[in-house]
Design a binder for this molecule. Structure first.
Ligand code: 13P
Length: 250
C-alpha cells in the first residue's frame, strides 16, 4: 500500500517565532490523525530547531531545496549532507518557483535528486505545466519530459524513496484548483510513465501528491481520486487548522 502524505511548503513565509508556534499547533492538531504522513517544509533557518521539536513525533521534516553540489566553495548554498546532519528527512526539488525564478532545469533537479538520495533524504519531486501549455493541450507531453529528465539514471531501488508532486503552475497561489478529474488524469499519466520505466510494483507504490490552491474545501474530492495520494500544500499549510483539515480529507 502506498503512503498517504500531506506536506506543507511554507515557502518564504513566517518569522522564526511564528514558525515555531505553527509547528507546535500542528503537533497538537495531528494527535487525532492516523494513516497520513504529515511533512512540513519550513525555511532552512528554522530547520534545526524544527528537527529538535519534531524528533519525538511522526511528523516529517522537509527542506524546500538543496544544492546540486556535494560540498565546497558554493557561497550561500545548503547541501543534502548538511540537511541530513540535522535530521531533515525530505526535500522539495524542482518546484516551479525555483524553475521560474532561479533557472532550475530538469538536469539540475536530477543532480539534486541523486545527492538527496545519497544522504538518505526523500526527494519530493515537482512537475507541472504552465497555463499556455495546458491551453495548447501540451500538459501531458510537458510533464512527461520533466519526469524523463528528472529521473535520468535513477535506479528502480531509488524510485521507492521518491515522492512526486504534480503542481499545475496555473493553480499555484491563484485560488484556481485543478478539478479532481484533471488531477486524476495527470496522476494516472505520471504513474503510467513510471510503470513504463520501472514496472508495475514500483509505480503502484509511488505516492503522487497534488499541489495548487489545495484547501480544506477542495482537498476531499481531489484526495478521493484513485491516483491521488495526498497533497503538497502552500498557503493553507500556514494555518494549523486548515493544514490538519486537509490531512483529514482522505
Ligand atoms: P498553494 O497551495 O499556495 O497554491 O501552493 C502550492 C505549492 O506551490 C506547494 O508547493
Amino acid at each position: 500500500m502506498r503512503k498517504k502524505i500531506v506536506a506543507g511548503n511554507w515557502k518564504m513565509n513566517l518569522t522564526f517565532p511564528e514558525g515555531i508556534k505553527l509547528i507546535n499547533d500542528i503537533i497538537q492538531g495531528s494527535e487525532s490523525l492516523s494513516d497520513v504522513q504529515l511533512v512540513i517544509a519550513p525555511p532552512f533557518t528554522y530547520s534545526h530547531e524544527a528537527s529538535k521539536i519534531l524528533e519525538k513525533t511522526n511528523i516529517g521534516l522537509a527542506a524546500q531545496n538543496c544544492t546540486n553540489n556535494e560540498e565546497g566553495a558554493f557561497t550561500g548554498e545548503i547541501s543534502a549532507k548538511m540537511l541530513n546532519s540535522i535530521g531533515v528527512k525530505y526535500v522539495i526539488l524542482g518546484h516551479s518557483e525555483r524553475r521560474a525564478y532561479y533557472g532550475e532545469t530538469d538536469e539540475i533537479v536530477n543532480e539534486k535528486i541523486k545527492l538527496a538520495l545519497k544522504y538518505s533524504i526523500n526527494p519530493i519531486v515537482c512537475c507541472g505545466e504552465v497555463l499556455p501549455e495546458r491551453e495548447n493541450n501540451e500538459h501531458f507531453s510537458v510533464v512527461a519530459k520533466q519526469i524523463k529528465g528528472m529521473f535520468y539514471e535513477i535506479t528502480p531501488k531509488q524510485v521507492s524513496n521518491i515522492i512526486i508532486a504534480y503542481e499545475p503552475v496555473w493553480a499555484i497561489g491563484t485560488g484556481k484548483t485543478a478539478t479532481p478529474k484533471q488531477a486524476q488524469e495527470m496522476h494516472h499519466f505520471i504513474r503510467e510513465a513510471i510503470q513504463n520505466s520501472y514496472g508495475h510494483e514500483i509505480a503502484n507504490n509511488l505516492s503522487i501528491l497534488y499541489g495548487g490552491s489545495c484547501k480544506p474545501s477542495t482537498a476531499k474530492d481531489i484526495f478521493h481520486k484513485s491516483d491521488v495520494d495526498g497533497g503538497l500544500i502552500g498557503g493553507a499549510s500556514l494555518n494549523a487548522d486548515d493544514f490538519i483539515n486537509i490531512a483529514n480529507s482522505f
